[in-house]
Design a protein around this ligand. Sequence first.
Ligand SMILES: Nc1nc2c(ncn2[C@@H]2O[C@H](COP(=O)(O)OP(=O)(O)OP(=O)(O)O)[C@@H](O)[C@H]2O)c(=O)[nH]1
Ligand SMILES: [Mg+2]
Length: 315
Amino acid sequence: MEFFAKIKSALKKTSNHIALSISGRRAGHDLAQGIEEALIMADVGVAVAAELSRKVTEEKFSRDTTDEDIKLFLANEIALLLAPYQSNFFQQLSIPPHSTTDNTQHLSSTTNPHIMLMIGVNGNGKTTTLAKITHMLKQSHHRPLLVAADTFRAAAVDQLRYWANYISCDFSCAPDGADAAGLVFQSIKNAKSNGNDLVLIDTAGRLQNRDDLLAELEKIKKVIKKIDAAIPLTTILILDGITGQAAHGQVDVFLNKIGVDGIIVTKLDGTAKGGAIVSLVQKYKIPVFAIGVGEGIDDLKPFNVLEYARSLVGH
Ligand SMILES: Nc1nc2c(ncn2[C@@H]2O[C@H](COP(=O)(O)OP(=O)(O)OP(=O)(O)O)[C@@H](O)[C@H]2O)c(=O)[nH]1
Ligand SMILES: [Mg+2]
């Protein structure tokens, strides 16, 4: 299935309510009010829902306006709100790393790999998303190294090892219970000498109220910067789309305590609250790198504002 069709079908649970609120006007329901209620159910946030509803009222759609026209109007308005948070982080990394004609530009022990650190609470999809990212970037001829820095659970290491084998890329782990920051330090050193240009680090699920676990993440970040303060490090917060707006609490904690460069929202295929991305970016002004739309290795899509907005309203 092509990208857009996949996103549209993933967000169907969310867009169905909005479609009903639009078609409901023929049964005498108030269009703007119906849309406002449907948007609130989709978790876009009360303020955004009210604002969009006001715009619908102002637009004074005639009887001849089709449902599709109204959906497109809404999609465009939503896309305008989201536009500042469109990120091309993965698109940039998708440019083949050695496409340059300058043959001297090979990785050496002095070249820094790009580090990606996956963080987030238990079960949000960190490990799966890391595998999906690797799969996507490997197609652009990168040489990724996967680091199993979730040293709390043996099963977590096995899960990442499975993906590393599946994608056939380098993998690094430590014995059970070993120091995660120590593993990260050694893995990046190895990556530099082995010519890995990407290092993707999986971390253990955190309960947002466990300060000791958060402290470990801080330590991992410190260790990375100790290798070289100029090392490119991107910290990605993985959020579960099923949580909807309740994910705000998680963003608060990770943003303030660890620092986050961008978010990935997973499981948009299993939720009717797919609008939560709107409220998240409005509140935290944080870019969305990608969205997860299924369990398969191909089910990660770089975030595209217009595709997402159209899918949200089912246009
Ligand atoms: N439907 C769907 N399932 C997903 C998606 N992303 C992840 N999952 C599933 O969510 C479950 C948890 O994913 P993991 O990647 O293990 O989550 P995690 O954050 O690493 O979990 P911990 O290591 O326990 O903290 C798995 O069953 C995944 O297949 C998605 O976009 N859609
Ligand atoms: Mg995991």
